[in-house]
Structure formats: C-alpha cells, structure tokens
Design a protein around this ligand. Structure first.
Ligand SMILES: NC(=O)c1ccc[n+]([C@@H]2O[C@H](COP(=O)([O-])OP(=O)(O)OC[C@H]3O[C@@H](n4cnc5c(N)ncnc54)[C@H](O)[C@@H]3O)[C@@H](O)[C@H]2O)c1
Length: 315
C-alpha cells in the first residue's frame, strides 16, 4: 500500500513516516522544507527517512497543483495523511498570509488532486485551537468551534474544504484535532523545546499568563499509534480529538522539566497574550470508543524520553 505524507519533514509527519516505514509500507513524503523554524532540523528528519529504500521524497510546495499531479500519477497512492501546514498561534497574528497560503490554498490544491485520483482515504491533522476559549470542559467534538486567531481560523477552513471535497465521494475522510503534541525531535517553536533551548543557553524564558495556562499535552507516539490504527478502521464519525485529557498548568510543567533535566532556568512571568487560549482540555471518549484499546503516555515518562533525546542530540 502506497501512502503519501504531506509535511514529512515536520515533527508529526516525520514520526508517522518512520513508523510506517518500520512496518514496511511504501511512503511518499512531500514537504517544501520551509524556513518557519530551523531548516536544518527538517533536513535532518528528511535525511533519516531517505535512508529507507521504501521512502521517496518530493520537495514540493502543495500549492503547486501541476507538481502534485505528477507525483500522484507516478506513485498512485491510496492513502493521504495531510500533515503539512503553517503552525503557530502567535506567529499567525503577525503573518496571516502564510496561513492562508500554506493551510487553506495548500489544502484546496491537495484535495483537488486527491479527488481527481479517487484516493481511498484522506486523513487530516487539524488542531484543538479551532475550539478557542470554551466555558465547559472537557471539550467534546460536538462543541461549537470558536477560533480566535488566523491559525485556528485557517485550520477550521481546511476542515470545511476537506468535508466539502469528500462528503459525496468514495474517499473516506477523517479529521483529527491534535492537542499540543510533544516528544523527541519536537518543534523548536513550541514551549517544551523553547524551554529546553533556554536551559541549554542559560537564557531567561517568558511565561505567558504567568504560567497559569493549561495545556493538554499529548505524546507523539500516542498520536502516531492512533493515525496508524486509522488505516484499518473507518469510523462513521468524521471528527476526533486526539488528547490525553489530563491538562497541566504551564508552571507545573516547568517544574517537572527542571526536575527531570536537573537544571533550573530564570523565568520572566508576563501577562496574558492576545490570541492565546487559556485552557485546552479535550475529551477523548469518542476516540476511545471508536478506536478501542487506546492508552496515553504519562507526561513524566514522555518528558523523560524527550529530554533524554534532547540531551543526546541537542534538539
Ligand atoms: N504539533 C502540535 O502540537 C500540533 C497541534 C495541533 C495541530 N497540529 C497540526 O499538525 C500538522 C503537523 O504539525 P507539526 O507539529 O508536525 O508541524 P511542522 O511545522 O513540524 O510540520 C509541518 C510541515 O509542513 C511543511 N509545509 C508547510 N507548508 C507547506 C506547503 N505549502 N507545501 C509543502 N509543505 C509544507 C513544513 O515545511 C513542515 O515541515 C500541522 O498542520 C499542524 O497545524 C500540530
């Protein structure tokens, strides 16, 4: 079975591709290796994947329909994991155009070609940010979305494009809303890796909302396991949260990291930042009901693995 992963040089795409290759699937990676964060990290991930003979890489921008068409004609994939995109909440407040291009237009282009080629399954990596600030917790998939920033708005628009493209087609589509994914080889623009880099460089780190925000951190291996299960399972529901459903206050996360790293870092507590959510706490009951025997990694164990990798490789 041939599987396309868009965003294969990215954090989640890389981990999914590695696991699929371990299981002897043929994987076609598409990524433009953009410069949103260290291009070196993306190249390192891509180079690791390229060592496997079952991996083919195309450095292509998804908005380029002609190049996409060529890739689809050549490889004839059956399954698409769409994990490419422009992430980052605060960056989206200053650079909204990049979100329109890399989330909305890129998804439109990929859906158009996938539809033309009658793809069997289309799986999309969406975000908990589409819920915005909610009053009730845990957040269920039925709650009304309330996107607060360009990132969240473009992720929700992408969901709508996918629904519209495949609702009346033979393509089985599914949308997963990820809640703050972390782990080894993680994104340097996200809090945990920013914090680790601050420890390394002995630099002060800003704690938004004085560290009182809650985040429902989800370990990368758990996300990959669920994405893999989805190859075999076709639930009738189309939208699922992927979260541990055990949020932690940022200030407590900081204490945990310092304890595991055995080093402290100077903290600058700053006020509330516009566009940021105060709390993410998803419900995973729909996911557990449909995907069966799913368990989530304890945050201490996940952090230990992340920090051990960071200490060994420096990223
Ligand atoms: N990591 C998280 O906590 C998290 C949470 C919620 C949602 N998500 C979503 O999951 C997906 C994967 O996230 P990630 O953490 O791996 O991010 P990432 O930035 O590490 O990976 C995304 C990859 O997409 C590529 N890309 C961007 N625009 C492209 C384009 N136009 N054409 C081709 N490639 C392009 C980038 O170069 C990058 O390698 C993203 O869509 C993100 O919005 C991630």
């Amino acid at each position: 079975m041939k599987i396309v992963i868009t965003g294969s040089s990215g954090f989640i795409g890389y981990h999914l591709a590695s696991e699929l290759l371990n299981r002897r699937y043929k994987v076609i990676g598409i990524d433009n290796n953009n410069n949103y964060y260290s291009n070196l990290i993306k190249k390192k991930r891509a180079n690791k994947l390229k060592k496997n003979k079952n991996f083919t890489f195309h450095k292509v921008n998804l908005v380029n329909e002609k190049k996409l068409e060529k890739i689809f004609l050549k490889h004839k994939p059956e399954i698409i994991f769409h994990l490419a995109g422009q992430p980052g909440v605060l960056y989206s407040l200053k650079h909204p155009k990049s979100y329109l291009i890399n989330n909305v237009i890129a998804t439109q282009s990929l859906c158009k070609i996938s539809k033309k080629h009658n793809i069997k399954k289309f799986i999309f990596g969406s975000s908990s940010s589409v819920y915005g600030d909610q009053k009730k917790f845990p957040i269920r998939e039925t709650f009304k979305e309330n996107p607060k920033n360009p990132y969240a708005k473009t992720k929700l628009s992408s969901e709508k494009i996918i629904e519209k493209s495949f609702k009346k087609s033979n393509t089985d589509y599914i949308i997963f809303r990820f809640f703050t994914v972390y782990g080894p080889f993680g994104r340097p623009d996200m809090f945990i890796h920013k914090f680790l880099n601050s420890i390394k460089k002995n630099k002060k780190i800003n704690l938004y909302n004085s560290g009182l925000n809650f985040r429902d951190f989800t370990y990368i291996d758990d996300v990959v396991k669920i994405l893999l299960k989805n190859i075999m399972i076709s639930p009738s529901k189309k939208i699922f949260n992927i979260c541990r459903s055990k949020p932690i206050k940022t200030i407590h996360l900081v204490q945990l990291i310092e304890k595991i790293f055995k080093k402290t870092v100077k903290i600058r507590k700053i006020g509330f930042v516009k566009g940021e959510m105060l709390k993410t706490h998803g419900s995973n009951s729909l996911l557990k009901k449909n995907f069966k025997s799913i368990s989530f990694t304890d945050i201490k164990y996940g952090l230990k693995k992340t920090i051990a990798f960071y200490k060994k490789y420096g990223y």
